[in-house]
Write a protein that binds this ligand. Structure first.
Ligand code: ATR
Length: 276
């Protein structure tokens, strides 16, 4: 029987997940489909019951439901539990709903696509301490990154994550700016300007070294002001597109047992988003 998958969120119209997963199903000759479903917060519980009753094999969860969905699931994997957020639900053989979070590992895969896996002992500066930053920090820790510093406008928010990880250091944005040359990998995860579309810089990159690797988790636009400034300084840049594609690929693997072709998907989406 044809399998079906979905992404639930509010808003949902702009999600690129349906086109991505449907393209993979076609490419890999898998008899399945993936649909976007608009679910408002007050409908979440009945939507989960409906997805279960109607036989969805799994689904993605996006804003604003990533944390709110947890009480309606039967189990969580370790990383989703630590993050307190789920972006992927799998219906197990026994009919149970298991929640995963593939965002953080998706970021690590994207970083490692660009720079390999030999950077685990290098100093990493994580900029931001919101939900996205939390996921990436835990995933980097789980994947063996050992030198993590988290900078945030509200230092106490970064300190809380560092305390929970039991490793790393929390600093202010000003200290990050002043000590930027000490870091090999810098990851921009604040939502500075996201809501207005008027992206702003959390701090100046004047002290960035040319050896630095600078990543942003935003992929639309591909080139954020942070990445633009980093490129002007001669650093290696990693856009948020790889993270988006890999988080989807890891979800796909949880559902169907195989890893889809991420390189060609990144190239296709990059062309759509105006990259070269
Ligand atoms: P997300 O889910 O995208 O991570 P979030 O949980 O609302 O969003 O977190 C937003 C992050 O961006 C936080 O680190 C926030 O800093 P505070 O903890 O001090 O609020 C950061 N942020 C938002 N607007 C910012 C701005 N104008 N300058 C610097 N940091 C900003």
């Amino acid at each position: 029987m044809k399998k079906w998958f979905a992404v639930i969120g509010d808003p949902i119209e702009h999600s690129k997940s349906p086109a991505m997963h449907n393209a993979w199903f076609e490419e890999m000759d898998i008899d399945a489909t993936y649909i976007p479903i608009h679910v408002a917060s007050h409908q979440l519980e009945s939507a989960v019951a409906g997805l279960k009753t109607l036989g969805a094999s799994g689904w993605n969860v996006t804003i604003p439901h990533k944390t709110a969905i947890i009480p309606y699931l039967d189990e969580l994997d370790e990383l989703a539990q630590k993050m307190g957020a789920v972006n992927t639900v799998v219906r197990t053989q026994e009919g149970k709903l298991k929640g995963y979070n593939t965002d953080g590992i998706g970021f690590v895969r994207s970083l490692e696509d660009a720079v390999g896996t030999t950077h685990k002992n290098k100093s990493v500066l994580l900029v931001g301490a919101g939900g996205a930053a939390r996921g990436i920090a835990f995933a980097m820790q789980q994947q063996g990154y050992r030198d993590l510093t988290m900078a945030n406008r509200t230092v106490a928010n970064a300190q809380a994550i560092v305390d929970e990880m039991g490793m790393g250091r929390a600093i202010s944005l000003q200290e990050a700016e002043e000590t930027l040359a000490d870091f090999s990998i810098i990851v921009q995860m604040t939502s500075a300007g996201l809501a207005t579309g008027n992206f702003s810089m959390p701090f100046s990159l004047d002290r960035l070294t040319t050896e630095a690797i600078v990543a942003d988790i935003v992929y639309n636009p591909l080139m954020t002001p942070f990445l633009q400034a980093a490129e002007e300084q001669g650093a290696t840049i990693v856009t948020g597109l790889g993270m988006f594609v890999h988080q989807g690929a890891i979800a796909f693997e949880h559902w169907l047992g195989s890893y889809p072709n991420t390189n060609s998907m990144i190239a296709q989406l990059k062309a759509q988003l105006g990259g070269n």
